[in-house]
Design a protein around this ligand. Structure first.
Ligand SMILES: NC(=O)c1ccc[n+]([C@@H]2O[C@H](COP(=O)([O-])OP(=O)(O)OC[C@H]3O[C@@H](n4cnc5c(N)ncnc54)[C@H](O)[C@@H]3O)[C@@H](O)[C@H]2O)c1
Length: 312
């Protein structure tokens, strides 16, 4: 039986608690907020802690999921990986790519599974899109157009929209093109937050293939969409409803698929990797590269020029 502890049970970590309980692997949790600790101790009938160190000292865990704010991921990850625990860190892996590289190298040294919460890889609509592209029915993907827009209640206090939100689409673009971008150009601005709250990022891939990423925390309507323009058709997916639309020369096809919770699929996959000692779909190195691309986007928006990258 795999025993998992959740670190940070705020807006998102509370979903980890629920899903891991359902998967029958939830062993303990911690959060610096005592009110949350008491509430979830009662709800799930397990012991919670107000400090990471206390939880790690008292509990015999196999793995943890880290759902604290981005700026804390490095310090907490160094502790859990250092203790030899398989570690799932919510996106983005770390505040800086340099910190991410240290986590990756420690995980390698300790032979620990390290993965990052780029959840859209487990979205059934993205899984279906990958299948459609693989079987060639719409030809080769050339252009990706992402929209991820929603007014934000201001709960993210340590990073802006690029590190928090655009990173999902940066990862999906790499996943669809199966390559790292060579060029990043971005424009960002802020109207209601302390950090940038709207961003447009252009990622240039091999053979002029391009991803166009629009993210914002400003507009009131919640939109999460990807249009994939291919040589023989266009595939549109909605990340929220998981609907897929395929348009080719002759017809529009809307395949009917059952909605499934991406977090359930994502955490189940992590637990399976822990059980079988298999490498995760999203490796620590992916997390580092995504952070490097986001960092390049922020620099590009400051200097007004494209940044050329050579990612391993
Ligand atoms: N995959 C996704 O779709 C998705 C969605 C939302 C958030 N996230 C990620 O999850 C993480 C958390 O985001 P959130 O929205 O839940 O933030 P949040 O602020 O709502 O929750 C963070 C929680 O961590 C606790 N905390 C802070 N420092 C701590 C520490 N040192 N030890 C223990 N607990 C600590 C806080 O008290 C709080 O309860 C971020 O990395 C965010 O990017 C991912």
């Amino acid at each position: 039986m795999v025993k998992v502890g959740v670190i940070g049970v705020g807006g998102w970590g509370k979903n980890h608690l629920r899903v891991l309980k359902e998967l029958n692997v939830l062993s303990s949790f911690c959060d610096i907020d005592i009110t949350k600790v008491k509430m979830y101790e009662e709800r799930y009938g397990i012991k919670g802690y107000t400090s990471v160190d206390e939880m790690l000292k008292n509990e015999d865990l196999d793995a943890v999921t880290i759902c604290t704010p981005t700026s804390t991921h490095y310090e907490i990850g160094m502790k859990t990986i250092g203790l030899g625990l398989d570690t799932f860190i919510e996106k983005p892996l770390t505040y800086s790519s340099r910190e991410g590289e240290e986590l990756v190298s420690l995980a390698r040294e300790k032979n620990v599974i390290l993965t990052v919460g780029y959840i859209e890889r487990f979205n059934p609509a993205v899984i279906e899109l990958k299948k459609i592209l693989k079987n060639g029915e719409v030809g080769e993907p050339l252009l990706l157009e992402f929209h991820r827009e929603n007014r934000w209640a201001g709960q993210v206090r340590d990073v802006g929209v690029v590190m928090d939100t655009s990173v999902h689409d940066i990862d999906t673009a790499r996943w669809i093109f199966e390559k790292e971008p060579k060029l990043v150009f971005a424009r960002t601005g802020k109207v209601i937050s302390d950090y940038e709250d709207f961003a447009t990022i252009i990622l240039g891939f091999d053979r002029e293939k391009t991803a166009f990423i629009t993210s914002n925390w400003v507009t009131p309507k919640r939109v999460r969409q990807l249009i994939t323009v291919c040589t023989n058709g266009i595939v549109t997916i909605d990340f929220i409803t998981q609907e897929i639309k395929i348009d080719d020369n002759e017809r529009t096809i809307i395949p009917r698929k059952e909605w499934q919770e991406p977090l359930m699929l994502e955490l189940k996959s992590f637990i399976d990797c822990v059980r079988r000692r298999e490498p995760p779909l999203i490796k620590g190195e992916d997390g580092v590269n995504i952070t490097k691309i986001a960092e390049a986007a922020l620099i590009s928006s400051q200097i007004g020029s494209p940044i050329y990258l050579q990612l391993g």
